[in-house]
Design a binder for this molecule. Structure first.
Ligand SMILES: Cc1cc2nc3c(=O)[nH]c(=O)nc-3n(C[C@H](O)[C@H](O)[C@H](O)COP(=O)(O)OP(=O)(O)OC[C@H]3O[C@@H](n4cnc5c(N)ncnc54)[C@H](O)[C@@H]3O)c2cc1C
Length: 510
């Protein structure tokens, strides 16, 4: 059977029959099957928004070579006796464990938080009553920060295409909609992620894996470049290899590792606020209408450089989503955004942040421990503004003039807002850059200045990075690895999971 690749332009609310008709027009015959390779929205011309579909058409009537499927991840299985402990059940930890298990290792995952059901209850308690639970929140618990997230599965890195295909196909097998395999901006939402995380866990356990919930790594015992044993709140354990996948919120774990001699350096990260708009304003600005049949909600991604050379950008935009209290620890305020698959909420939100180096914030060459302490204090300051999880907020139009807002409109954040001079609560280098950014974005997206800025966005990426090799092995250690967002080499669900897969593949090839 031969095949042909074509790209078609099609109305946003198309049906399968519409695709078949367009293919028929192209080929002149009706005996074919097809597969979508890529689907992206082109709404640059507001009078003509449409999908662009890249298709592979298969037919006996087409001549030529047979279709070669894209390269797939090949996990080298053999019978092994080595035991690996993976710490953290987020995307990086889970995919490290999953691949190691398929390669024949004996794998145990340790997770400081609880399994999904208990974690879901704790998050409801936080949102409904403002009661924070230490080990079960938006950052900690089964599935890591990736579970109660927006579930965007985008990743801009071309280096990880094989790993990305593996991750997405494992997600589809575990219940994700098939469209994530071809959408240019794949999105699953928290509702799907909860099902996916639970199905992946079941499969891992059925294949002989062990997951110890409510088990926190507290210390490591080192002898001659090796981790001899690890110390948890539940007791001591030994393993041939230890993989850390603890995310970038676990500052207590970072501190313990630094004190034990694991080498870290500071690096650029991002700091700023969340900005929220009514979704219909974003739809109008991007599409020229409040609704576009066949498309859930409009997105945006804005970037600029300030006169002094700092990057200001929007990050992790959540169309139709809500802003959530995402701190890993009590009495600190950190915001993030999430949505469900349907993305039909009244609001949209995004991080609005400045890329900056820790040394610029502290005014001197600072150590990893210093920047962690500094961020901790800033997050505390945002909490103590109201002495609650109600979040300080400022209309963007006021922020741009360094004015406190008299009143802030209602938004999606579940624990309330308090009008605050937000521009005064972050260092001037950050607020001045954000003001330049907001001015630029308001020219690019009509109505952007009508948004409300809220709280602190301090966890878009890690301010520190571990010293390690390309497979994730920490410098100076024979059997200690650090993968995912916490390592400082990845950010986001897909790139963190891919980082874990690379480490697992490295270990499996030995
Ligand atoms: C609300 C929200 C929305 C987000 N939306 C998106 C999105 O749409 N798309 C996207 O790509 N990214 C999103 N992110 C970011 C994404 O979730 C992270 O980049 C990703 O989860 C990082 O994966 P990870 O496995 O490296 O770390 P994490 O997911 O942070 O997992 C680390 C795990 O380690 C556990 N742990 C930490 N310390 C210890 C210890 N000492 N002992 C035992 N266990 C420990 C934690 O409990 C946690 O489960 C979002 C994040 C949040 C909070």
């Amino acid at each position: 059977m031969g095949y042909k690749k074509v790209q078609i332009k099609i109305q946003t609310d198309y049906s399968e029959a519409d695709i078949r008709f367009l293919i028929f027009k192209e080929l002149g015959f009706k005996e074919f099957s097809f597969q979508i390779e890529k689907k992206s929205l082109d709404a640059r011309k507001k009078s003509d928004p449409h999908w662009l579909l890249s298709l592979v058409i298969f037919s006996e009537q087409l001549q030529g070579e047979s279709y070669a499927a894209p390269e797939a991840l090949e996990i080298p299985y053999k019978k092994r006796t080595e035991k690996v402990i993976v710490i953290g059940s987020g995307p990086a930890g889970f995919f490290t464990a999953h691949v190691l298990q398929q390669a024949g290792f004996n794998v145990t995952i340790l997770e400081r938080g609880s399994e999904l059901k208990k974690r879901t209850k704790a998050i409801k308690q936080l949102e409904n009553r403002g009661e924070f639970t230490d080990q079960n929140n938006y950052a900690f618990g089964e599935g890591g920060a990736g579970t109660f997230s927006d579930g965007k599965l985008t990743s801009r890195s071309k280096r990880i295409s094989v790993e990305r295909s593996f991750i997405l196909s494992e997600y589809v097998k575990a219940g994700a909609p098939e469209e994530i395999l071809y959408m240019s901006h794949p999105h699953v939402g928290t509702d799907n992620l909860k099902v996916i995380v639970s199905n992946l866990r079941t499969k891992f356990l059925e294949n002989g894996g062990v997951i110890l919930f409510d088990t926190q790594l507290e210390d490591i015992v080192i002898s001659e470049n090796r981790i001899n044993k690890i110390v948890c709140n539940t007791g001591e354990m030994e393993a041939d290899h230890v993989v850390l996948a603890t995310g970038h919120s676990a500052y207590d774990t970072y501190r313990m590792l630094i004190n034990k001699g694991v080498q870290f350096r500071t690096k650029n990260f991002a700091l700023g606020h969340r900005i929220e708009h009514e979704q219909k304003l974003i739809n109008m600005a991007q599409w020229g209408s409040e609704n576009l049949p066949g498309v859930k909600a409009a997105e945006y991604r804005l970037t600029t450089k300030t006169k002094s050379g700092l990057s200001v950008y929007t990050f992790c935009m959540c169309p139709g989503g809500k802003i959530v209290p995402a701190s890993a620890f009590a009495k600190k305020s950190v915001l993030n955004g999430m949505s469900n698959y349907i993305r039909n909420g009244k609001f949209s939100n995004a991080g609005c942040v400045v890329g900056i180096h820790p040394d610029m914030l502290l005014g001197h060459k600072c150590s990893p421990l210093e920047i962690l302490d500094w961020i901790d204090k800033l997050e505390e300051k945002f909490y103590t503004f109201s002495n609650s999880y109600a979040v300080p907020a400022n209309k963007a139009s006021n922020y741009m003039k360094k004015n406190k807002s008299k009143k802030v409109p209602k938004g999606s954040y579940p624990l309330g807002m308090r009008s605050a001079p937000l521009f005064d609560m972050v260092p001037e280098i950050v607020s001045n850059a954000l003001i330049e950014g907001l001015q630029n974005f308001s020219k690019k997206l009509r109505g952007f200045e009508e948004g409300v800025l809220m709280g602190l966005e301090s966890k878009t990426s890690s301010p520190i990075q571990v010293a390690r090799d390309k497979d994730g092995r920490c410098t100076g250690f024979d059997n200690l690895y650090f993968v995912g967002e916490g390592s400082g080499y990845a950010g986001g669900i897909v790139s963190s999971a891919a980082d874990g897969i690379r480490c697992a593949m490295g270990l499996s090839s030995k």
